[in-house]
Design a protein around this ligand. Sequence first.
Ligand SMILES: [Zn+2]
Ligand SMILES: [Zn+2]
Length: 115
Amino acid sequence: MSERTVLATITCSITRHPGVGRFGRQGANLELKGVSRQRPGSVLPSSGSRTKATGGGALTLSPDYRGCPSCVVRCTQCHQLACWDSERPIFECPLCGLQAEVRGVLTEFSALDGG
Ligand SMILES: [Zn+2]
Ligand SMILES: [Zn+2]
């Protein structure tokens, strides 16, 4: 079992704080294990290669995950990941301000280089 950690930026849609999410491969799924919050205003490295869940997998949250989101979504406009409270019917992107209904299952996102 070779497990590779994947890093990607996740911005909180509630506090608008940037963070770096850590994902591990769990079978076909990419499981979010945790997010390190960054200081507001800190510049995160831009996204690099595209990471994809394989074989019908999706992005899931680890049972150990203790962050605020109940779900992680990817903005269809700026393609960045953000946490989203699934109690809210509408997702508002903390980065570009897009407001949209959340649809479908997240299966790929842009990972940070060097992870
Ligand atoms: Zn959040
Ligand atoms: Zn956006």
